[in-house]
Structures are given as C-alpha cells and as structure tokens.
Design a protein around this ligand. Structure first.
Ligand code: G6P
Length: 612
C-alpha cells in the first residue's frame, strides 16, 4: 500500500528513485511522483497513473540533484489524480513530503490549520500532516527534525513519511509508525524504501527502522532517534536477497514466474526442516513453544486475504492431526470486537508481507492480553515477524505479483509441517501415519512440477470460459478453502464475479445460479470426502451447469460428469491442497491474459495493505 523511496548520496537521485518506484509499484499504482532538490530549487513532478506515466511527464524537465524522494500511491484519502499524488509541497513551498499510511485525526488538524490561513491543494491527509509540520517548523524556528518530532506526538494513525527541504540538499528526515521503512547503507550514500527491493542492487547492509523512530539521513550519516529525542543504535543487518529474485527472469509476468517457481519455493520451505528419511521435522521457532502449543486450549489463526485461506486449511489439518480446537479469524474483525483470549491460547498470524495493518494490530492486541504469538511470514524482518514471539518463515522469496501464489503454498507447507510435528510429539498422530505424511510432503515439489506441465491444457480451458460473467468454485474438507482461494484469485485477476462455497452448502443458495452458462469448478481430488463431492457434481450436471473438475489420476467417475477435467497426481488428502491450488492459479492467470488485463497489477488492489 503505497511505495516509498528516498536517496541521498553522490549519484543523480532521479534514476535511483524511479527505478526504486518501479520495484515497489506492486504496492500501489494509481499515481506516482518525485521531489528533487536541484541547485536550491525544490522540483516536484507527479502524475496520475503508473510510474511510467510520471516518467514520460518528466521528459525534458530539470531532473538534476543528488537527493530525492519518490512515491507510488494506492489512494486512501482522495481519488487518484495528479493533485492527490505525492509528493506534496508545504504552503511555504519549502518542504516536500511523501507518506504511506493514514492520519486518523487529520480532520481536526486540518481545521486548526485552516483557521491559521493554510490552503490545501489536495484531498489528502498527507498534505494536512505536512502543513502541520510546516506550521510547527515556522513557529519553533527550530530544525525540521524537531518539527517532525513535535508533530508526530500529536498524530493518530499510521505513517511512514519522508521529507526534504529546499535549502538542505543532503538531508532526508524519515519516520515510521505502522508502515515499513528500510534504510540501505552505501559508501557515502543512503537509500530509503518501503522494502528492500529498491535497495539490493546497491547494498546489502540495511537497517529496519522501528515504530516511533525518526531517521536523519545524510550521505555519510544515519542518525536514529525516538520521539523523545534520544539517540537509538541502528541495528545493521545483511540482506539475504538476490537481484534475480525480484526480476521477471524471462517470464511475461511476475505472477506466471511465481506460479512456476513453486516446485523450488516449496522445496526451499521444506529444506533443512523436513527430513523424510529420518522422519524428523526441525523448526526451532516452533520447538521453543511446542509444549505451550500442544497443550493450548485453543489456537486462533489471524490473517487476511489469501493468507486467511491458508489459515482455513490449517484449521482442518491442525484439528485432525493435533486435536486442538482452532478458530480462524479475519484480523480486521478480530481487532475490533473485544475478542475473548484465555490463558494459554496461542495465536498464529499468517502474512506474506508481514506488514498487513489489521493483522499487525490484531496480534499486538492479543499479545497485550497474554497470548503467545507465532508468525508465519514470508518477508524476513517485517513488522509481523518482529512483533511475534516466534514463528517460521515461508522462504518463498520476494512475491511481486499482487495476487498471492507461491507465498500461499509456502504458508500451507509451513502450517502442515507444524501440525505434523506437534501432532506426532503430542501423540495424536501415529508414527506410521506421521512417517507416511513426511514422505508425502517431501514428494510435493516434484508433483507440483508435474501439475505445471498441464499449463497448455489449463490455458485452453481459460480461453474457453473467459467470457463467463460468473464462476462458482466448490470443494469440501481440505479443498473447501482451496475453492475459496480459486474464486478469490479469479476475481482479483480477471474481474469476473466468482464465489467459493463448500460443495454441499451450495444447495442452500448458489444452486439457484446454475444454468447452462455457469462454469462450476469442482476441486475434487481423491480424499475422504470424494464420493460426497461427486454427488454434488451430479446435482450441478442435472441442472446443466458446465463442470470443470480438478481430480486425481484414476478417478473414472468425475470425467463422465465434467465438461473439462484437470487430472492431478495422487497425494494424501492432508497435502493435496498444495497441488489442487496450482491449476486454479493458472486458470485465473490465463483468463486475465485472455481478457487483456494487467495481471501483475489488478485494478484497485495493492500487495501490502498497510492501512486498515
Ligand atoms: C492483499 C493482497 C493479497 C494478500 C492480502 C493479505 O489483499 O493483495 O494477496 O493475501 O493482502 O496480505 P498478507 O501480506 O498479510 O498475506
């Protein structure tokens, strides 16, 4: 949700900032802009649309200067437009600022500023905060840093802000609360960004700024302070990320690249943890809390979007293997409803980005009430991973396509391993079945590879159904959340209305939609629910719905009820969701492509939702 870049050093800032914005465009892409200090002039260029539109607009303009800040926006306050794009300029014309987050008490601050004669040129909360800072800066006649510090003590909401002043061609003032900020340390230069992707081609040494910290960044200096003006020691970390991981590598889209990376990413997730021959699962973060989790009266899973679907699969798997009651909650609902958290309850937070505002606040609330927090996160060093007591990374690598694919299968792999490990240690999972599941899980990367070979077939199916106006996705048991995920993926990528439903529940409503124009996707791999699902297929067929079924090799009945079948290799029902989700990812990708849509950046969406 909004990408932020800053540079101060010996290079020309503009190309560094624009390249960084392109890497962060997955975070928001309804407008973009930069501010540069060039020979004592503060130049601001901004445009509605993609970073490329802004770049086109800057052709022939003065782009000099070795300090700059840039922003790619996902609108919260005010429609996407040139005037609402960031950076914003203070009324004095001296300070430029970019912002990721939401200022909740902006109306009150704005009223105060209007009384003082301030004029606003946009509908954004950002411009209010900037002028609030500007006002304090003028009144106190102190430093910009001090004005920022005083202002932020009165601000309610979430922010990551970067400011530059026209008379200071070296200094970027940055601050964060709730929205991420990473600072890359180079030789005589510093890079600031919402995540590490704009930074890695220049340096691997980074500092993750904490909430309530202000950074004063110059080419040769990085000072961190808290809001009480006390210096903090920057904790320098080494990035474990390669440039190739954030480039398309020959694929047309990041989404396709990421779908095809899954044999490797699932393997990477299992590597060093699952040893199928020895029958061991090593997860140090989980082991630390194994006793508490195994004997927890209840596990509550908190997540949003696709991660919430991974949580639903985990509910089925953990209850089955560990016999612990599990509740899966939307973080956005949980955080506002005074939830009951009892002594010993364990919270599992699932998040690709590790920055989703609702999930972050929900776990902070639960932590205050004494719960143990385990984070299942993809982005190393992200806010949720740092706010958790322990957890496990999914190791899927950077996911750039806005719709989650490889991070989802990484989440499933981690959660299944946790359930197997705890179930076995607790004694609710027999040794024989445990060893069997270890082998099943270890075989998944190769089986995913086999499923990806169905690419052409799935592309043809996508072209056949691309003009449908609605889709229904049905599944039961472990495949019910996969049906939900299939529907979400199609909505996100193709803008076709789609509903996911438990196959049997379909009789209580959605069946009314069925006619000869409705494609119904059955996630119907061989499991203990299979015969029931086949009966549901009969019910759809009897009403002339078009059935696309995802089935297991050897199933001879489903094809007789289906218009199209996608046949997967056999797998134990516990690990089957790792396979059955793959064709649904490809289906939505190819429907989106057939409709000529921007699959990596679907309209209105953002990858990292850092506002509630
Ligand atoms: C956004 C993304 C989804 C993602 C969800 C939760 O909506 O577009 O792909 O599933 O946020 O994000 P998280 O990073 O917490 O998994």
């Amino acid at each position: 949700m909004c990408g932020i870049v800053g540079y101060t050093g010996h290079r020309q800032a503009y190309p560094v900032v624009v390249k960084g914005l392109k890497r962060l465009e997955y975070r928001g892409y309804d407008s973009a802009g930069v501010a540069l200090v060039t020979n004592g002039t503060l130049n601001v260029y901004k445009k509605k649309g993609k970073v490329a539109d802004m770049e086109e607009y800057t052709v022939g303009k003065d782009l000099g200067g070795s300090i700059g800040i840039g922003h790619t926006r996902w609108a919260t306050h005010g429609e996407p437009s040139d005037r609402n794009a960031h950076p914003h300029l203070s009324n004095s014309g001296e300070i430029a600022m970019i912002h990721n987050g939401i200022i909740e008490n902006y109306a009150q601050l704005k009223a105060e500023l209007l009384k003082k004669g301030y004029v606003f040129h946009s509908d954004t909360d950002t411009e209010v905060l900037l002028n609030f800072i500007d006002d304090i800066y003028k009144e106190t006649e102190g430093s910009l840093e001090e004005a920022v510090r005083i202002a932020l003590r009165r601000v309610v909401g979430a922010y990551c802000i970067l400011l530059i002043h026209k008379d200071d061609p070296e200094t970027i003032i940055a601050a964060r609360k709730g929205s991420p900020l990473v600072i890359g340390i180079g030789k005589g230069e510093h890079f600031l960004a919402s995540d590490a992707s704009p930074i890695i081609e220049y340096t691997k040494e980074v500092v993750y700024v904490n909430d309530y910290e202000i950074a004063i960044v110059r080419p040769d200096e990085l000072i961190l302070k808290n809001l009480g003006n006390e210096k903090q020691t920057p904790f320098v970390q080494k990035l474990d990320l390669e440039l190739a991981a954030i480039e398309k590598g020959g694929y047309d889209h990041f989404m396709l690249k990421e779908i095809f990376e899954q044999p490797q990413t699932i393997y990477d997730c299992l590597r060093g943890r699952l040893d199928a021959d020895a029958g061991t699962i090593t997860m140090s973060g989980i082991s630390q809390y194994a006793e508490q989790i195994m004997h927890a009266p209840r596990i509550i899973i908190l997540a949003c979007g696709t991660s919430w679907h991974a949580g639903l699969v985990a509910e089925y798997v953990i209850e089955e293997l560990c016999r612990i009651p599990v509740e899966v909650e939307y973080a956005s609902e949980f955080r506002y409803r005074n939830p009951i958290i009892n002594k010993g309850d364990v919270i599992i937070a699932i998040s690709q980005s590790g920055e989703t505002a609702d999930t972050l606040v929900a776990i902070e609330n639960a932590k205050e009430k004494g719960a143990i927090i385990l984070g299942i996160v993809n982005v190393v060093g992200s806010s949720i991973s740092r706010a958790s007591h322990a957890g496990a990374y999914t190791h899927a690598g950077p996911e750039i396509g806005v719709a989650s694919t490889k991070a989802f299968t990484g989440q499933l792999a981690v959660l299944i391993m946790i359930a197997m490990k705890l179930g076995y240690e607790k004694g609710t999972l027999s040794k024989e079945r445990y060893l069997d599941l270890c082998k099943e899980l270890a075989s998944i990367p190769d089986k995913v590879k086999a499923v990806l070979e169905l690419d052409d077939q799935i592309k043809a199916i996508a072209e056949k159904y691309k003009d449908a106006t609605d889709f229904l996705f049905l599944g039961r048991g472990y495949n019910f959340p996969i049906a939900l995920e299939g529907a979400l993926k199609l909505k996100e990528i193709s803008y076709i209305h789609a509903e996911g439903y438990p196959a049997a529940e379909m009789k209580h409503g959605p069946i009314a939609l069925v006619d000869e124009t409705l494609p119904v996707v059955f996630v119907a791999t061989k499991d203990s629910y299979h015969e029931k699902v086949v009966s549901n297929m009969q019910e759809i067929k009897a009403r002339k719905g078009m059935v696309i079924s995802i089935i297991t090799e050897g199933d001879t009945v489903s094809p007789t009820l289906s218009n199209d079948v996608i046949v997967l290799p056999p797998a134990d029902e516990i690990v089957a969701p790792l396979l059955s989700t793959i064709p649904l990812q490809l289906l939505s990708y190819y429907v989106g492509i057939a409709k000529g849509l921007d699959v990596d950046k679907p309209r209105n969406l953002a990858k990292s939702v850092t506002v509630e």
